[in-house]
Design a protein around this ligand. Structure first.
Ligand SMILES: Cc1ncc(COP(=O)(O)O)c(C=O)c1O
Length: 383
């Protein structure tokens, strides 16, 4: 195995090359001194683990997502993993999920002890709910759907499957804060809704963080134990658990940003829909069908494009931080070899992995940059 360094993901280290960037953190945190002064209070109070800021963050989230409880944890990955463990998932259990996701979804399932069972997606990037049914066996103990790119999955179909087969749902809503469909918010369909505060998520912090939303009080209590060594008090351990508390300093950052979340979301939607308009008529590309009942929050703006790799290189060479999100589906990853899947098993996921491109639509993208991106895509195909 190659030596693995503490690498920065390329959205950080390559962004100096681009004029239209995926990374907007310098602009977003231009008022960082205000946040630093709030962090000073944490230091003065010695409130270093959990404490008031984490309490406040959990309250803020229940107000936004609308569940009874929120448990703040160390990352989005841990939100999924601890949810599965809290639901009693153990070695040998099967968990149905999508092959079209970030590696963390699958890592969380595997490190909880279960076997991931993949189900193909639809053209809108989300798991095919109809196909979930044929993947259910007596070993299936949970379903982990992903609201990919912030496009919410059909909630009623998911709930129907969950109650008909008595299989709990752990939603990977890491891309989807404030997304809703048919009036139901992402993160509130399943037994738990899992979110990430990773720096480039729609609600973000200065490092890792995550949180779990649930209406189930007993799961909430179990999660509170699991994230903090299973401790009921300093000296009494109820179950052996993890150290996966949301860092208090990250809670300060997230609490500071949370009042901007409606604006951040509004701007992403506005930019994405404008980009839809500007890209209209280019017959070599295909965006998911938009529907007013599907309130997408565009963590990523993704579309399918003919000759995708050349288009990405072309845009990169002209200063646009276009990306492939993500070129290798999970069943074809080296890490998944032991599961025995092969190329051709999930044709839609494979087609989208080969053809999907993403463009930045965050709140600091300006209309001229949207024009520039659309014109470049058009000119690529028009030669
Ligand atoms: C779909 C998806 N699920 C889970 C995660 C994991 O979140 P975190 O990085 O906070 O562990 C990510 C992170 O990028 C993600 O994109």
């Amino acid at each position: 195995m190659n030596k693995i360094n503490n690498f920065l993901p390329n959205q950080y280290d390559q962004d100096q090359l681009f004029s239209v960037k995926h990374n907007y953190l310098s602009e977003q945190f231009s008022d960082y001194k205000t946040i630093l002064s709030k962090i000073e209070t944490v230091i003065v109070n010695n409130d270093f683990t959990l404490g008031r800021e984490v309490d406040q963050f959990e309250k803020n989230i229940t107000n936004i997502v609308g569940t009874k409880h929120c448990v703040a944890v160390g990352s989005g990955t841990d939100a999924i993993r601890l949810s599965l463990i809290a639901l009693g998932i153990k070695q040998g259990d099967e968990v149905i999920t999508t092959p079209y996701t970030f590696h963390a979804t699958i890592g969380a399932i595997v490190t909880a002890g279960a076997k991931p069972v993949f189900v193909d997606i639809e053209d809108d990037f989300n798991i095919n709910t109809q196909k979930i049914i044929s993947a259910i066996t007596h070993k299936t103990k949970a379903i982990v759907p992903v609201h990919w790119a912030g496009r919410p999955i059909e909630p009623l179909k998911l709930s129907e499957i969950s109650s008909k087969y008595s299989i709990p749902i752990v939603e990977d809503a890491c891309h989807a804060i404030m997304a809703h469909r048919d009036g139901i918010k992402a993160g509130t369909i399943g037994h738990t809704g899992c979110f990430s505060l990773h720096p480039l998520k729609n609600l973000n912090a200065w490092g890792d963080g995550g949180f779990i939303c649930t209406d189930d009080t007993s799961i909430c209590e179990k999660l509170r134990l699991l994230r903090n060594h299973g401790l009921e008090s300093r000296d009494s351990c109820n179950i052996f658990g993890f150290n996966s508390r949301l860092d208090t300093i990250q809670a300060v950052v997230a609490n500071h940003l949370i009042s901007s979340l409606p604006h951040i979301t509004k701007m992403r939607i506005k930019n994405a829909l404008l980009l839809d308009e500007k890209l209209e008529g280019i017959k070599q590309i295909r965006t998911p069908i938009r529907d007013p009942k599907i309130h997408e929050v565009f963590h990523l703006y993704c579309f399918q494009a003919e000759n995708r790799d050349a288009l990405v290189s072309f845009l990169n060479s002209r200063g646009i931080d276009a990306k492939k999100h993500y070129p290798i589906p999970m069943h074809l990853q080296k890490a998944a070899k032991y599961l025995g899947y092969k190329k051709g098993d999930f044709p839609i996921a494979e087609k989208l992995a080969d053809s999907t491109i993403s463009l930045p639509v965050h709140e600091f993208i300006i209309p001229e940059q949207l024009d520039q991106m659309a014109e470049l895509v058009r000119s690529f195909y028009n030669g």
